[in-house]
Design a protein around this ligand. Structure first.
Ligand code: FE
Ligand code: FE
Ligand code: MG
Length: 167
């Protein structure tokens, strides 16, 4: 823990650590949901979609790294066991039980929308109080906004393709 770094945070650090751990847990769930979905995916455009899911998985893992680093800086402990992830995550884990490409895309779009809301809320909470966390949340939010748009673009392509194919 950095003592001066913790002192300059103008809000309840324990409350902030709770929010950071919630986001941290969500990132691991998002990572696994993408990673496993990319392995199981079936249907039209599956190779293109799997490539995007795999890329997003690595980016979610990078977000978990940023969050763990910030939690440790503030003297906290990242969620210690995987059982804790689903318990504290504000965004539910959506198991890729149906591997059809459209279903996986819809699940992951919902996940990104939840992530966007999570980081928007973290930015609102830390604005003018913790610039370091605020800046990190902005960095992650930029990725999540990009993720949502990537997946919605693929979903649109899939719709166009299957609509043409059935005419
Ligand atoms: Fe993320
Ligand atoms: Fe994402
Ligand atoms: Mg992408």
């Amino acid at each position: 823990m950095g003592t001066r770094g913790r002192e300059i945070v103008a809000m309840d650090v324990e409350e902030l650590l709770k929010l950071l751990n919630q986001a941290y847990a969500s990132e691991w769930l998002a990572y696994y949901q993408y990673w496993l979905g990319a392995k199981l995916i079936k249907g039209p455009m599956k190779d293109a979609v799997a490539a995007e899911l795999n890329l997003h998985a690595t980016e979610e893992l990078a977000h978990a790294t940023l969050l763990a680093t910030r939690i440790v800086q503030l003297g906290g402990t990242p969620v210690l066991a995987p059982e804790g992830w689903a318990k504290v995550s504000p965004c539910p884990y959506d198991a890729p039980a149906d591997p059809y490409v459209a279903v996986l895309l819809d699940q992951n779009i919902a996940g990104e929308q939840c992530a966007i809301s999570t980081y928007k809320a973290l930015m609102d909470t830390t604005k003018d109080k913790d610039m370091v966390t605020y800046n990190m949340a902005l960095t992650i939010l930029q990725d999540e906004v990009e993720h949502e748009e990537d997946l919605q673009g693929l979903r649109e392509d899939l719709d166009l393709m299957t609509a043409r194919g059935s005419r």
